[in-house]
Design a protein around this ligand. Sequence first.
Ligand code: ADP
Ligand code: MG
Length: 483
Amino acid sequence: MPTMALAAGASTDTKLRDLWIEILSAIAPKLQRSQFITWFKDTAVLGLDAGTLVIGLPLPMFLSWHMEHYRALTLAVVQDIDPSVHQIVYKVDVGLKDNHERSVDILTLFPEPRRRKLPGRAEVMLAEGIVSKVLNPRYSFDNFVVGANNRLAQAASQSVAMQPGGKYNPLFLYGGVGLGKTHLLQATGNAILKQMPKATVVYTTTEDFTNQVIEAIQHQKMEQFRRRYRLVDVLIIDDVQFLARTERTQEEFFHTFNALYEDRKQIIISADRPPQELKLEDRLVSRFERGMIADVSEPDYETRIAILTEKASEYQIFLDMTVLQFIAEHATRSVRELEGILMQAVALYELEQRMPTVRGIAEIMRKLNKDPLVEEPPVGFESTPKRAPTFQDVIECVSRYYSVSVQDMIGASRVREILLPRQIAMFLGKKHLRVSFVRIGELFSGRDHTTVMNAVEKIDEKMQNDPQLLREVRAIEQELGVV
Ligand code: ADP
Ligand code: MG
């Protein structure tokens, strides 16, 4: 137990800090990590006097939140450490932010718990020498985010999981790379095994399956191979677009498929395109078409946000909403892309123990070469040592200055609070990035170039008569480092 009688001078600060660390250590396990980080980052004990503990908060908005949610908890924890404390008061001190000599650097002191390692792609030997890849427990229905892009596929998978060999047989899922097919396939396998632990669920890639067939053919063990597969309850084959073109493999596949199907065993297949577009034998295609066919496509913006939120909590990283929005706005191709950026953010966070900012994410995306907004540097100008601002810099800067989200500014909203920042961003984009009106229009969700021209003219004009606006625009330019 620390001594509460505080000596004067530098050691007072140290003691208060130690006390706060002790308190935080007791609070941390009681809260969700993301909450703890959000609300206790950059806080401090500012004083302790006559039973009153003064807690410093870095932002005014923390005040009511702490009073409402954490005061009782904090007091209880403090009283465990020092029963003489009978009240807590809060004080906002914006200087605490990023001054870790005074405040506590939560991310360093409470580092990320070790994450579960992903199991490798090990194989298991099931009964009778049947080989299956180990299902990855990370893939479940619980952590699969449902959106318009995958609703049918998810519902069909779940229904198969509840009733394998029932009405959706075979189940055929198709769609582009990184959109969740493998996740759904494995989630279905996992769910079936949970209900029926004794079931023989085989999950295999088409490549592995093909190799087994080829091997059996070479060793003249086809009979044995077929017999084995008759014991399978659920056969899941991923990526059948890779089914070898050889007639013999396809024929064997066809027989295995038929045998299982006739025994009412569940078959689940994925591919990157619908059955009729696969370059496979007709009879195989028509078998695939017998059951349920569902596609997965690219998630829309809201679904991307939901997926990011889900992944962030899975990886136990806390990300600001503006950061999530920024990623969701720019990573539109696949869920894998979203996840890739998030993983980089996690790595950055672990390495540097700092929360990823929009700028940090933009940097990551630039490195991953996924930045749709990077402009070519202007040609023929004096080169300045400073990096020229990108469109992202402009939009972020304006977004921060007016506290409106990047998404809103780029998006369709017509409310006044958004309109002005948007026009300013267009104006600054035109002035400093030296890109065309058309290009700027594209960057703002494909707006017409005349809209951009009007906005730029309007701000230009307004600045002549509106000193307040002029000051605001100058302030942003200063932040951008262009004046
Ligand atoms: P595919 O097999 O279609 O190429 P995956 O199933 O491997 O794609 O998905 C790529 C990554 O994206 C996986 O980590 C998966 O967990 C994740 N993912 C895809 N869709 C979703 C979703 N709707 N909700 C949560 N995670 C998803
Ligand atoms: Mg896959």
